[in-house]
Design a protein around this ligand. Structure first.
Ligand SMILES: Cc1ncc(COP(=O)(O)O)c(C=O)c1O
Length: 430
């Protein structure tokens, strides 16, 4: 779902073995959507053989089971690798204080709430987390969901009705698109990070609009131009929702996110976030004006009809907030690591685009070369995420890399060395 961007031309020498005839990335879409007309809904499953074929060729990069994950270092297939493919931006999943608080919560409240927030699934700890998030973001209130995905479903489907429209940046996260689908309203899209195009789109509709953008885009790592976008929203009396899954704990004053980064907190109507990235836990939230959140809380089906955040995850998110508030310097460490990583890759000839966050996409272009590159890096000791069509446009495949505050300079330099050696061997750089 990324917007078109400049893609590095791979050098003409192609050291890769030819891709076997029986496999094409486009098969994925074909297999997935071309159901058979034989009246059996399982028939398409039998047609979907791409994964099996990719596995046979040892070219399947997904669902790979880690043996262990210590944060910046992980073990996989019995081998230790440097982790450059995690959203654990601040390394808090292994922070001793976060682990201690999480363990205490399990001992006190047990392993699950076994019910929705609406009924038996709320504790004082859940309410405390909501209050802490609201205070942290300097807004009136917050409501937590069991995942960020569910938060987007709940926020959008309750606010966008038959008489209104969701206007989304083309590159927003899948959960935003799914929230729009769940709503009764219309959806319109504007060009990625293009405030003028948003202006044109909003001029075309008389309906009340909810404009939705990501604060930081999860694949490209680029930041939404909130000052321009919020000015356009104001002009059209549209409300602005920012999905700050990758901005929270990463950007802004003390990690307060993308709106804080630009100093436009008062111009954003709702902030959605997740605990599953910088906050080292799992769970989602929406933060904003009290009455709006009261509405969402009582109508969001993704919250009302799903069990609430478990005690362990609630405590982990609370403890992570404690750490961020007490040790905001870890955010500076994250930025320093990201800068060293980005500059190191650029110096070695990799195209990492213009983004300026801990998400650093390495643009490769060709799908097959990207898959082989990711696999070879893993074998050489660096874990990255392979993103090919349809996650990105065809021919614009990337390795999505991401930094952590707990990466040491030595780890960054070692990973850079591995990128250079493997990248050169495979013709990604010359
Ligand atoms: C931009 C964005 N929004 C929402 C989500 C969903 O969050 P969660 O993992 O908490 O369900 C993600 C996670 O990948 C994301 O990247």
């Amino acid at each position: 779902m990324r917007e078109t961007k400049r893609v590095q031309k791979t050098p003409s020498a192609d050291p890769l073995p030819p891709l076997p005839d029986n496999i094409s990335i486009k098969d994925y879409i074909k297999d997935r959507y071309d159901g058979a007309d034989d009246g059996d809904i399982f028939s398409k499953v039998e047609q979907f053989t791409l994964v099996e074929r990719a596995r046979e060729l040892d070219l399947y990069p997904y669902f790979q089971p880690l043996d262990n994950n210590d944060g910046p270092v992980a073990q996989i297939y019995g081998k230790t690798v440097l982790m450059f493919g995690s959203n654990n931006y601040l390394g808090l999943t292994r922070h001793p204080y976060v682990i201690e608080k999480t363990r205490d919560a399990v001992l006190k409240f047990g392993t699950s709430m076994t019910g929705s927030r609406f009924l038996n699934g709320s504790t004082k700890m859940h309410e405390e987390l909501e209050e802490r998030i609201a205070n942290f973001l300097h807004v009136e209130a917050a409501v937590i969901f069991t995942t960020g995905y569910q938060a987007n479903l709940g926020i959008i489907s309750t606010l966008v009705d038959k008489k209104s429209v969701a206007v989304v940046d083309k590159a927003v996260h899948a959960s935003v698109y799914d929230g729009c689908q769940m709503s009764d309203g219309e959806m319109m899209r504007f060009r990625h990070n293009d405030a003028d195009h948003l202006d044109q789109i909003l001029s075309r509709t008389k309906k009340a609009a909810l404009v939705i953008v990501d604060g930081v885009y999860s694949m490209g790592g680029d930041i939404a131009p909130l000052p321009e976008l919020s000015a356009v929203c104001k002009k059209h009396r549209a409300r602005l929702l920012v999905d700050d899954a990758h901005g929270l704990g990463v950007l802004g004053e003390g990690g307060r996110g993308t709106a804080s980064h630009f100093g436009v907190e008062d111009d954003v109507d709702l902030i959605m976030g997740t605990f599953s990235k910088a906050l080292g836990s799992i769970g989602g939230f929406v933060a904003g004006p009290h009455p709006v959140l009261g509405w969402i809380k009582h109508f969001a089906r993704s919250m009302l009809f799903s069990a609430s955040l478990p005690p362990a995850s609630t405590a982990a998110a609370l403890a992570s907030l404690d750490v961020i508030e007490r040790e905001p310097e870890i955010i500076d460490s994250l930025q320093e690591v990201a800068q060293r990583w980005r500059e190191g890759l650029t110096e070695r000839g990799f195209d990492v685009g213009q983004a300026n966050t801990p998400i650093v996409p390495v643009n490769v272009g060709d799908e097959y070369r990207t898959i082989v590159f990711g696999k070879a890096l893993l074998e050489a000791g660096v874990y990255t995420n392979t993103a090919v069509y349809p996650a990105v446009n065809m021919g614009e495949a990337i390795l999505r890399t991401s930094c952590m505050a707990t990466h040491t300079e030595e780890m960054v330099d070692e990973a850079l060395g591995t990128f250079e050696t493997v990248g050169r061997k495979l013709g990604v750089i010359s």
